[in-house]
Design a protein around this ligand. Structure first.
Ligand SMILES: NC(=O)c1ccc[n+]([C@@H]2O[C@H](COP(=O)([O-])OP(=O)(O)OC[C@H]3O[C@@H](n4cnc5c(N)ncnc54)[C@H](O)[C@@H]3O)[C@@H](O)[C@H]2O)c1
Ligand SMILES: [Zn+2]
Length: 362
């Protein structure tokens, strides 16, 4: 299955290919992108697929670089470390970076590719469900800082995204759940049919039935691609992709990334759906369906009781969508439909309402 992502303004265009066994069949294509290859991954994915990929690239000059897995590694210092490793191997402008791993790898390797020798070709090979369905698409790259999530980074489009669902076989169920959250989000903001597809298939999905998982990945990628194509540089429509993330990012920062991204976004989606209801947009029945879908996937989606609403409010002021220190939220008016707010796709919500939502969902 193939999709093509096109950005008319920057004249860039690339293929997103989805299919079992694809990782092993890229060497001919890759040879057109550079003469040397830097595979960037984390330690866990390195031991699972790093050597397999190196073997599949036999005949090409390729090196494997890895860093400790987990969100805590998504920092400036990991990026520095990787860049130094590349320089030590004598790599330069003729290098193509291959990001092999979850969203932490695709974000940090993408950012490194964007700045290495002022930008070298990048190929995304996502191996987590979250990275396949979301993080590898759209060109957003970056790292976290102690001040907030993803505060440093840039938009840098890859040359190709290669999605091989066979790699999901080694992914723990907890990570499958983290990934499905972003697919549910895509359904909520733009495609009711996808939401309903998932609502009816939580069981086969969690059992990783190939047909169901691949269809959900395909639809998720298609939705994200269609949104980013209309707003490459993030000046409006793309804000809808942040549904659940104003709260989600605050929770990640406050818990020092103890709550994984997908789980934080699940909680964020429930709180921001509640805000969508409080502001008069989302019907109550739809809110209940949203709470229910997380229960069907056994994803806990209530706020940790130990976090105080004021602390969460304070943590949101550094969110990238904030204006003058006031957080903004993506809002939906139905399952599958985002509110436009003059094409900004996010809005301020009165502090008292946010506080009420945070109190009621604890
Ligand atoms: N750039 C974007 O548009 C975008 C969108 C959504 C999320 N993100 C970012 O993505 C990150 C979350 O991504 P994630 O959930 O993939 O986290 P992750 O990269 O930490 O991966 C989760 C875990 O799964 C392991 N793993 C990955 N693939 C595996 C496989 N096939 N088999 C076994 N284990 C495997 C990893 O080693 C890691 O321990 C966050 O930093 C988030 O901000 C970015
Ligand atoms: Zn996300």
């Amino acid at each position: 299955m193939k999709l093509v992502c096109t950005f008319p303004a920057s004249l860039s265009r690339y293929e997103i290919e989805i299919g079992s066994g694809l990782l092993k069949r890229q060497s001919e294509y890759l040879a057109t992108l550079g003469s040397r290859f830097a595979i960037i991954t984390d330690d866990q994915v390195a031991s699972l697929y790093g050597n397999q990929l190196l073997a599949a690239l036999a005949g090409l000059e390729a090196y494997l670089f890895s860093f400790p897995h987990g969100e805590k590694s998504k920092t400036r210092s990991t990026k520095d470390f990787l860049e130094d490793q590349l320089f030590e191997k004598g790599l330069g402008r003729d290098t193509c970076v291959i990001a092999l791993g979850g969203g932490v790898v695709t974000d940090i390797a993408g950012y490194a590719a964007a700045t290495f020798c002022r930008g070298v070709p990048l190929v995304m090979m996502p191996t987590s469900l979250l990275a396949m369905a979301d993080a590898s698409i759209g060109g957003k790259t970056g790292v976290n800082t102690p001040y907030g999530k993803n505060l440093l980074g840039c938009i840098y489009q890859p040359k190709k995204v290669v999605i091989d669902p066979l790699t999901l076989k080694s992914l723990p169920e907890s990570e499958i759940k983290n990934g499905v959250v972003e697919i549910i989000k895509h359904g909520l903001i733009a495609d009711r049919a996808l939401f309903e597809y998932l609502e009816e298939r939580s069981d086969p999905f969690l059992k990783l039935e190939a047909k169901v998982v691949e269809k959900a990945i395909f639809e998720s990628v298609r939705i994200k691609k269609e949104i980013v194509e209309q707003d490459e540089k993030c000046s409006g429509k793309r804000n809808m992709l942040n549904f659940g993330h104003t709260i989600g990012h605050a929770l990640e920062v406050l818990t020092h990334y103890q709550i994984p991204h997908g789980q934080a976004v699940a909680i964020g989606i429930v709180v921001e759906s509640y805000l969508s209801m409080q502001t008069g947009f989302l019907p109550f029945d739809s809110f209940r369906r949203i709470q229910d879908i997380f229960a069907r996937f056994f994803i806990p989606a209530s706020l940790p009781a130990h976090l105080n609403p004021q602390t969460i409010l304070d943590a949101m002021t550094l969110d990238k969508k904030s204006l003058a220190g006031q957080p903004r939220f993506a809002i939906i008016d139905e399952i599958g439909s985002s509110c436009s707010f003059n094409a900004q796709y996010c809005t301020h919500v009165e502090k008292a309402l946010i506080q009420e939502a945070l109190e009621n969902l604890r």
